[in-house]
Design a binder for this molecule. Structure first.
Ligand code: PHE
Length: 351
């Protein structure tokens, strides 16, 4: 027979009252401890009630109620024991608190944003003021988005397995899966789903099978930019990037554009920043060149617009920059590995 819940309630109430009264009469710590063991100890009175929670034949809502009663009992008695102990201590020492309230507190460690996150935020905020909006894309891509739609032909060396992390999963109709090697595939995703004009930024992590050293890692971050709209030309691209560089590195910042090749832009360029350490004179950081290579850019190749079904004559520009490199230049950091090691001595230097 299961005991009716109301009678159990009564019983618990009585027990608590009894315990409270005994406690009030306790004169020393040992008495309190004995009482605690009697009621709350492992083999104590309260623990005899817990098996009733699982008893067959007791409806679920009664079990919930009983569980609440038992927990309340425990909490109430623990609190009273604590208070009684404090009170006894107070009598003994003559003061209500025996703690030394003048001791310094325990400091709490406050977290902060990672320097890479902060560099991304800074890059984005400058481009935002120039009318660009951030969007994010997937880190797992298919060959179509990572290469084909970007006009990177099958025989291009950058597609080889020694350069990429191909995933061991069945291929999709868009080709094999891999971890994206750049943020450019998001150009395609975005254009497939939107019509110009627009100016977007794509911050994110990218992956390449690079051997790790002071300036290379198998993962790093990029910020991609893409602007498509009426009459955009290379001058717009330069203007946007120069404005960004001044926002990022100060009003003295200078850029130079060197012709380069990317399959998805034509014409293409690499932009170098006049060395911010020697102001272009030549030093150790810039390898005596006076210039630091910081990004790739160009006018979007017509083949890319064709891949997303935009009409002939569409114009736009794109650029892509490595975040770690920019953070390293800005803060004089000499080893890219520091960003990924989670060493607090490094991270705490970015207040
Ligand atoms: N995707 C290129 C890279 O990773 C950078 C780039 C982006 C160049 C857009 C031109 C235009 O190297």
């Amino acid at each position: 027979m299961t005991q009716p819940i109301d009678s159990l309630d009564e019983e618990l109430k009585r027990l608590l009252q009894e315990a409270t009264e005994t406690l009030a009469g306790a004169k020393e710590a040992a008495e309190i401890e004995a009482l605690r063991v009697r009621y709350l100890g492992r083999k104590g009175i309260l623990n005899r009630y817990f098996p009733l929670l699982g008893a067959e034949g007791r409806p679920a809502e009664e079990r919930v109620r009983l569980g609440q009663r038992l927990n309340a009992f425990k909490q109430k008695l623990e609190q009273e024991i604590f208070e009684r102990r404090q009170a006894l201590k107070g009598q003994a020492g003559g003061a209500p608190h025996s703690e030394d309230l003048t001791l310094p507190g325990h400091p709490t460690a406050v977290g902060r944003l990672h320097p890479i996150t902060r560099t991304i935020d800074e890059i984005l905020s400058i481009f935002r003021s120039l009318g660009f909006s951030p969007v994010e894309g997937p880190e797992g891509e298919t060959e179509y988005y990572n290469f084909d739609a970007l006009n990177i032909p099958p025989e291009h060396p950058s597609r080889q397995s020694f350069d990429n992390f191909y995933l061991k999963v069945p291929p999709s109709e868009k080709g094999r899966w891999l971890l994206r090697s750049h943020t450019s595939p998001m150009q395609i995703h975005f254009m497939e789903a939107n019509t110009p004009p627009f100016q977007i930024l794509v911050p994110g992590r990218v992956f390449r099978r690079d051997a790790v050293d002071a300036s290379h890692c198998f993962q790093f971050h990029q910020v991609e930019g893409l602007a498509v709209g009426l009459n955009l030309h290379f001058g717009d691209l330069k203007g946007v990037l120069v404005a960004w560089a001044r926002g990022m590195f100060g009003p003295e910042a200078r850029l130079r554009f060197r012709p380069h090749y990317f399959p998805f832009t034509e014409p293409s360029a690499e932009a170098d920043l006049a060395c911010i350490f020697c102001r272009g004179k030549g030093c150790r950081v810039c390898g005596q060149k006076g210039w630091l290579e910081i990004l790739g850019c160009g006018m979007v190749h017509p083949a890319v617009f064709k891949a997303v079904g935009y009409p002939p004559g569409t114009v736009g520009f794109a650029f892509g920059m490595g975040v770690e490199r920019i953070a390293m230049l800005k803060h004089g950091i000499e080893d890219i590995r520091l960003f990924f090691e989670n060493d607090l001595r490094f991270l705490q230097q970015f207040p």
